[in-house]
Design a protein around this ligand. Structure first.
Ligand code: ADE
Length: 375
């Protein structure tokens, strides 16, 4: 039997709703926009750096990184000329390090092909490494006023509520439809970039996730279909979320003299190409880990547990157990770093935070072979 009312608004209705929302949203944003450092001008490079950092990362976390990055790499030429390890060190703690590599590679292409500037259109931006639809759309619309959308998870959440759309926002068809509806509206606006940025802002300060929308203070509350239906706290539908794979790891803090051992991680996989403490698969006992260390023909002068930590990645979770050893000689094939080089030279991801804090004291007690006790 046909239901009397369509489950979702018809296409025209959705676009009409968004077109009606545009002046309210833009007016609200112009009054209430947070004074973020990349909003001071419309420089495409600054916008690119901010948008790259903001993917998967909260604004408060990004702010100090952004300032430091821009002060050391004020334009694509500076970034392109910097060694990759140095750029990764600037990214240390932000996570998703391939973003930093791609950004540097994009800067190199800007120098090679565009005289050190970013390409001046969505199509040119989209062809750079690491710039997907979202980032290219954000830069092209915010910096150049091109009527292209910039749809991320925040924007999809806002729209799923605005349209009371119960479909799974992780489906590419749903995102594609949102993009084309937004672009239909953007083409009618004088300031398409402001509309895009206002949608992002609304998702971050009003239309909050996890059932916490601040509807009373939302400029679109009179038009929002989820609010009318009372479903705002139940949306968006994010589909089936797969449980993370759990992996047990043994992290080795290997001290020798004043130095601690690091390894450069493989070029592929988690934390690719970054530095970390050597790790073994599985949760080894202190005894078994010491046996592994001895198998390189070195003497173990002391052995202590170094605490447990969990690090959550997007699809994997590491349950880490630390083992701290002092050996009479370095193990082959590892990099032995001074404590201050951990701060200045090697990009060590935050997964190793607990162990890094202990490694800072690597030189202590070197005379008598005992460890510090900073667990
Ligand atoms: N999230 C990502 N980009 C943003 C921007 N330009 N303004 C506000 N929030 C954002």
């Amino acid at each position: 039997m046909m239901s009397e009312k369509p489950e979702l608004p018809e296409i025209g209705e959705k676009e009409t709703g968004l077109a009606q929302a545009a002046p309210l949203l833009i007016g609200w944003f112009k009054k209430n926009a947070r004074p973020l450092p990349w909003r001071m001008d419309r420089d495409p490079y600054r916008i690119l750096v901010s948008e790259t950092m903001l993917q998967q990362t909260r604004i408060e976390t990004v702010l100090p990184y952004f300032e430091r990055f821009l002060s050391d790499y004020p334009d694509p030429a500076h970034l392109a000329a910097a060694p990759e390890d140095e750029v990764l060190k600037h990214w240390e703690g932000l996570g998703y390090y391939s973003r930093a590599r791609h950004l540097r590679e994009a800067a190199r292409q800007c120098v090679e092909k565009y005289g050190g500037k970013l390409p001046g259109s969505y199509a040119g931006l989209r062809a750079l490494p690491g710039l997907g639809e979202y980032t290219a759309g954000a830069v092209a619309s915010l910096a150049y006023g091109e009527p292209v959308s910039a749809v991320d998870g925040n924007v999809l959440r806002v729209l799923s509520r605005f349209w009371n759309d119960e479909r799974d926002i992780s489906r590419s068809a749903v995102k594609k439809e949102a993009r084309s509806r937004i672009e239909a509206v953007l083409r009618t606006l004088d300031e398409p970039g402001v509309f895009n940025e206002a949608l992002m802002e609304l998702g971050e300060v009003r239309c909050l996730p996890n059932g916490r929308p601040q509807c009373l203070r939302c400029p679109l509350n009179g038009l929002c279909l989820a609010r009318q239906a009372g479903t705002e706290a139940d949306l968006p539908n994010r589909g089936e979320i797969k449980p993370r794979r759990k992996e047990a790891k043994t992290v080795l803090l290997l001290f020798c003299g004043e130095k601690v051992a690091l390894e450069k991680r493989p070029d592929r996989g988690l934390l690719a190409g970054l530095y970390g403490f050597p790790m073994l698969d599985g949760a080894l006992s202190l005894f078994d880990a010491a046996e592994w260390v001895r198998s390189f023909g070195v003497r173990v002068l002391s052995a202590e547990p170094a605490g447990e930590a969990v690090h959550v990645f997007t699809h994997v979770e590491w349950a880490m157990r630390g083992c701290r050893f002092r050996t009479d000689r370095p193990l082959p094939g590892l990099i032995y770093a001074e404590a201050d080089e951990l701060a200045t030279k090697y990009a060590l991801p935050s997964a190793f935070r607990l162990y890094r804090a202990q490694a800072k004291d690597s030189g202590k007690d070197k005379q008598n072979g005992k460890m510090g006790s900073d667990q």
